[in-house]
Design a protein around this ligand. Structure first.
Ligand SMILES: Cc1cc2nc3c(=O)[nH]c(=O)nc-3n(C[C@H](O)[C@H](O)[C@H](O)COP(=O)(O)OP(=O)(O)OC[C@H]3O[C@@H](n4cnc5c(N)ncnc54)[C@H](O)[C@@H]3O)c2cc1C
Length: 490
């Protein structure tokens, strides 16, 4: 593979920028959003020649679709080029080129980073075309390429009657999901997605493709199980131990009244339920207030009814859909589209049962929501079980002993003016702060949050120091950096 651009060529093109003469593909001058991008058009051409996959610039017909992140708050940051990598060699060429040209880069698989950390004004290294799912081996393992999404997992594992822990939104990238731990309705019984990861291949800054598992590069493997996306290199394959699945009872129950009694009761009840139950609770803000419980039970409809009896005794749900279905049909029932939106979600892990005062605080804030043209919710994801059975230092995912993960989810539309969005952000931050006494300072690295001030501790806790050491070993020049990336030192 040839890398035509050297440091001298870079300096030449950099001085071109200083003189206002830099050429960006598809435009004669550098635009404001590309201020950090200094490569010349000739060097971009060199990159294009070194790739098997296409390199897109702003004039490409599909550029806008591929450049757009899930969180539209960050859609204004447009990459000067999008390398649609089709192999680890393409990834290696991009890393080499970006370093030689000092062009900032971001890795993207499913594009669902809450904080827009897979956007850049430089080179977007897009692995989403690398989405193959291999055959199941004799021990039930399956190898995914680094750009596979939940949708690819659904399609490939469904006919096999097997699964891994996965999310509900089909567009989410498996790489982003598993690198931050990976939660899903099966987690209490089967563990996190990262607990089922048995091997990953990763191209590191030096261009080496490393195989990581319990034996080879075991420290980097440890870091890839909860250390967060985009910190150490580009994961080009992910091999999972799958588990067999059969019929499960899925449910969606909605209550529109009695929330003052229902919410504390649900918060006390859910952590006591057996690990066969996986569920998520939402409380919707505003005048259409409602409490919704969604999830799956590896068990019968009758068992579900008796588990949830304390809630049914308070009030009969206004809507209920309960079905016993083969696992993958049940996942269609549970899946959500999750289209792109303007949103900000803030999370806190919960280690002790939320007291009634905590439930009152939730309802009080939701009833004072300043409103947007979209919505706001407080949610909890039930944790524990197999997640908690793994020691907190066995993988980089530190939040093992939590009972639940709580989040506040705020979304809006372009119809909401800047003042309205600001008022909502203030409300969100106050709500987040008010919940701290009932929750904790730990936050989920997959719900990455640019407003979290003590984010390294919040995401990685006692595992942070080791992650920093691994970062220094595998990415000594800090190529893989973004606003909340793991630093070279603390
Ligand atoms: C609608 C929605 C539903 C969600 N549901 C769940 C859920 O059920 N369970 C759960 O655990 N999380 C869930 N999440 C959170 C999700 O796991 C994270 O946002 C995750 O980081 C998204 O990964 P991605 O590949 O789609 O996003 P991207 O934006 O492409 O990537 C996220 C981060 O990982 C890095 N990255 C991406 N690909 C690679 C790679 N191949 N190698 C190295 N780094 C890479 C990126 O640079 C970025 O920093 C959900 C998010 C959304 C928006």
């Amino acid at each position: 593979m040839s890398f035509a651009l050297n440091r001298r060529t870079f300096l030449k093109s950099a001085s071109g920028v200083l003189l206002g003469l830099a050429y960006l593909p598809g435009s004669a001058r550098a635009g404001a959003s590309n201020a950090g991008t200094v490569a010349s058009s000739a060097s971009w051409d060199d990159l294009a020649r070194s790739l098997k996959g296409p390199l897109l610039h702003k004039d490409a017909p599909d550029y806008a679709t591929i450049a757009a992140p899930w969180n539209l708050r960050f859609a204004a940051t447009l990459p000067a080029g999008i390398a649609r990598c089709v192999s680890p060699e393409d990834v290696r060429a991009c890393l080499h080129w970006a370093q030689s040209n000092e062009v900032p880069l971001a890795i993207r698989s499913g594009g669902h980073s809450y904080a827009g950390f897979s956007t850049t004004s430089g080179l977007l290294l897009d692995v989403s075309l690398m989405n193959e799912v291999g055959d199941l081996d004799a021990s039930g393992r399956v190898r995914l390429s680094g750009g596979a999404r939940n949708a690819n997992v659904y399609a490939a594992l469904r006919p096999l009657g097997r699964a891994i822990t996965h999310g509900r939104c089909k567009g989410v990238g498996v790489a982003g999901l598993v690198l931050g731990g990976g939660i899903g309705f099966s987690q209490r019984l089967q563990g996190l997605a990262c607990d089922q990861l048995v091997e990953t291949e990763i191209v590191i800054a030096s261009g080496e493709l490393l195989r990581c598992n319990e034996v080879d590069n075991a420290d980097l493997f440890w870091a890839c199980r909860g250390g967060g996306g985009g910190n150490f290199g580009v994961n080009t394959s992910l091999t999972f131990q799958t588990f067999p699945v059969a019929v499960v009872t899925v449910f969606r129950l909605v209550w529109r009244s009695g929330l003052d009694e229902l919410l504390p009761a649900a918060l006390a009840l859910l952590p006591t339920t057996p690990d066969r139950l996986g569920c998520k609770l939402f409380v919707e803000a505003g005048k259409d207030e409602q409490l919704e419980l969604v999830g799956q039970l590896v068990g019968t409809e009758g068992e579900l009814t008796s588990l949830l009896a304390p809630l049914y005794r308070i009030a009969t749900p206004n809507e209920q859909a309960v079905r016993a279905l083969p696992y993958w049909d049940s996942q269609e029932f549970l899946s959500e589209e999750g289209p792109p939106e303007y949103s900000h979600e803030r999370s806190r892990y919960v280690f002790r049962p939320v007291p009634p005062e905590g439930a009152r605080t939730v309802l009080d804030f939701l009833r004072r929501w300043p409103t947007t043209h979209d919505g706001a919710q407080w949610k909890i994801f039930l944790a524990g079980g197999a997640v908690a059975a793994v020691p907190t230092d066995a993988t980089a995912f530190v939040h093992r002993k939590a009972l639940m993960l709580s989040t506040i989810d705020l979304s809006w539309t372009p119809e909401d003016d800047a003042a309205a969005v600001r008022a909502n952000q203030v409300w969100l931050d106050e709500f987040h702060a008010a919940m701290q006494p009932f929750t904790s300072d730990e936050s989920f690295q997959n719900f990455i949050d640019e407003a979290e001030t003590n984010y390294l501790r919040a995401y990685y806790g006692a595992n942070l120091q080791r992650l920093v050491e691994i970062k220094r070993k595998y990415d000594p020049d800090n190529l893989f950096r973004f606003t909340q990336s793991i630093p070279l030192s603390l």
